[in-house]
Design a protein around this ligand. Structure first.
Ligand SMILES: Cc1cc2nc3c(=O)[nH]c(=O)nc-3n(C[C@H](O)[C@H](O)[C@H](O)COP(=O)(O)OP(=O)(O)OC[C@H]3O[C@@H](n4cnc5c(N)ncnc54)[C@H](O)[C@@H]3O)c2cc1C
Length: 584
């Protein structure tokens, strides 16, 4: 097997990975591995914007931003990490502007800002314009800018290389094993530092805004190497996915004046969040939609969706501020949003949990919270815990560029100490080789698509917006069975170039493992908090559950759930940050 050496190997070419690469390039030999072409990374799909208290469109402050983020998280976010992110946000945006991001502008030339759900002025008084944007293509322009900067700085890209495993030297990480998709050849990447920026895992649900590639490989790989995953039960359903498709209609549509209506045309969010209505955080809006449906107030002949009404906006405004969603509505549903409302339903969107890190991206993956030497993570795969139980819209892109940069800086500091690469253990390469060989040419068993569809159905039915004890127990049981069935799927295609059947079989193994972590952690959390809503425990229970969960994969394939304290450092000196009932 070929072995390549780089000082740093970053897995993932979305915004988190590329921001770290830009930070490290020039000084160190940096490789970025991506299973997709970097510009196909899912960051490019981000539409509505990126938050920062710039104050270009009305008074704002990082402290207000931190307050909203912590309240939005239902008080599960680590408060110091939130403070780091919100304080750094204005600088991070100006830096992105200087790197070349073509943000939309207000008339005096400063960066334009729009309202987004849960972002308020003066500790909850009224919505604030905090989200910077480039029409509704913010992720697209940020990704192109960072890619151009990375190419310019000679970052070495390995496109269409699928990482299969971590190389471990004892408890430390010193490389990855990857498969080149065009040849199915395995390559070991030996490195002094490894960073995961492999994105989210929405593909484990049937209806999702996520791309086909968002199979959460990074989580599965970390888990199988003994690294605990944090807060996996918190999975965000975005309120406005296109009906029956799940394709996202950005929250910016409501920020620009869009209104949610039920089947009778009523603006129902006035009842659920009287002060900020349609701009309530996503967990609240998604639950409100399902409440409307369950009480028979849905729209359409089946009363099974609600409507996003943009008809009060002019055609010009829609084309200027929301061009992507205008075309999505027309192409996929044949609806012109300037004339008719768009049928929508919540769609699985974002993972609040992931690989635990500190604010410098260092992985703290052991159950005892010890650092995993040589290993960093940032972006949606990571859980630095700035989103807690529910992320506010436009805080993810911010998380990527703030913590991607910090991870890059921290890796540079580590490398400066002249740390030598730890010797490679050949065992990991053999594990990858034998796993591939086990699938290759197996003609018996179910297809990958069959098992994956069952997994997605279980997650959608039992581990969705509303959950309960019986459903979660059944999910854990069925996922246990699916884990065995996934290990036995057939892979009839024996070709070596772009063998997607083999690839999907490998991805499926990760999907069953982290889905078990989601279901098991949701079962253990007998309360409702943020995106985790239990019919049988409808209240938040701070006494018992103001704690992070840690999911550990045991040797027998079962998942154990441990606990970790939440950082409440702001609350210690400022009573406004003390957990309280969350109303809007
Ligand atoms: C439709 C949509 C709209 C959104 N809009 C917004 C918004 O307006 N504002 C906001 O703040 N957030 C938004 N989000 C959320 C945000 O876009 C994502 O959380 C974020 O882009 C994730 O970035 P990332 O860098 O962590 O990962 P990604 O951009 O998903 O990149 C993951 C990378 O990892 C690579 N990878 C994965 N597995 C492997 C493997 N096994 N081997 C090699 N490479 C691998 C992929 O190839 C890819 O390069 C949106 C999300 C969606 C789905």
């Amino acid at each position: 097997m070929e072995i390549r050496y780089h000082d740093v190997v970053i897995v993932g070419a979305g915004l988190a990975g590329l921001r770290a690469a830009v930070e490290l390039s020039g000084e160190y030999d940096v490789a970025v591995l991506s299973k997709l072409h970097p510009l196909r990374s899912h960051s490019g799909a981000a539409q509505g914007g990126i938050s920062a208290a710039l104050g270009n469109a009305g008074e704002d402050s990082p402290l207000w931003h931190a307050y909203d983020t912590i309240k939005g998280s239902d008080y599960l976010a680590d408060q110091y990490a939130v403070q780091v992110m919100c304080n750094d946000a204005p600088r991070a945006i100006i830096e992105m502007e200087h790197l070349g991001v073509p943000f939309s502008r207000i008339e005096d030339g400063r960066i334009a800002q729009r309202p987004f759900g849960g972002h308020t002025r003066n500790f909850g008084e009224a919505p604030v314009r905090r989200t910077c944007y480039a029409a509704d293509r913010t992720g697209h322009v940020c990704l192109h800018t960072l890619y151009e900067q990375s190419v310019r700085r000679n970052v070495r890209f390995y496109d269409e290389f699928q990482v299969l495993d971590l190389c471990m030297a004892g408890d430390a990480v010193n490389g990855v094993v990857a498969m080149e998709l065009k040849s199915s050849e395995l390559v070991t990447f030996h490195a002094r530092a490894v960073m995961f920026a492999t994105g989210g895992y929405g593909k484990a649900w049937k209806t999702t805004s996520n791309a086909f590639a968002n199979t959460g490989d990074g989580l599965g790989i970390a888990m199988r190497n003994g690294i605990a995953l944090q807060d996996m039960e918190f999975v965000q359903f975005h309120p406005t996915g296109l009906y029956q498709l799940g394709i996202l209609i950005t929250e910016a549509a409501r920020g620009e004046g869009g209104i949610l209506r039920n089947g009778s045309g009523e603006r129902f969010m006035e009842r659920y969040a009287p002060s900020i209505k349609d701009l309530a955080p996503r967990d609240i809006v998604s639950r409100s939609i399902y409440s409307e449906l369950s009480e028979g107030r849905g729209a359409g002949p089946l009363k099974d969706h609600v409507l996003l009404d943009l008809t009060a906006l002019t055609h010009e405004k829609i084309v200027d501020k929301l061009p992507e969603i205008e075309s999505f509505a027309k192409i996929y549903l044949g609806v012109d949003p300037a004339i008719a409302p768009i049928p929508v339903l919540p769609t699985c969107h974002y993972a609040m949990g992931g690989i635990p890190t500190d604010v410098n991206g260092r992985v703290l993956g052991s159950a005892a919270g010890n650092e995993v030497q040589g290993f960093w993570a940032a972006g949606e795969v990571a859980c630095v815990s700035v989103h807690g139980a529910n992320r506010l819209g436009s805080n993810s892109l911010l998380d990527l560029i703030v913590f991607g940069r910090r991870a890059g800086k921290d890796i540079a500091g580590f490398l400066k100490k002249n740390v030598q690469p730890l010797p490679l253990d050949a065992g990991v390469r053999e594990r990858a080789r034998s796993e591939m060989a086990a699938f290759s040419g197996r003609r018996q068993g179910e297809s990958v698509a069959e098992v994956r569809a069952m997994l997605q159905a279980v997650m959608m039915d039992k581990v969705s917006v509303f959950r309960n004890e019986d459903g979660l127990r059944e999910a854990v049981r069925r996922l246990g069975e699916l884990r065995e069935r996934a290990a036995a799927v057939r892979v009839e295609d024996t070709t070596r170039n772009f063998n997607t059947e083999q690839l999907e079989a490998l991805e499926l193994q990760h999907m069953v493992n982290y889905s078990m972590a989601v279901a098991a952690a949701a079962l253990e959390r007998r309360e409702s908090r943020g995106a985790h809503s239990r019919d049988d425990y409808p209240r938040r229970d701070d006494e018992r559950h103001l704690k992070h969960s840690l999911a550990v994969l045991d040797a027998d394939g079962k998942v154990s759930i441990l606990e970790k304290a939440v950082d409440l450092s702001l609350a210690a000196t400022d009573s406004r940050f003390v957990p309280r009932e969350r109303t809007y």
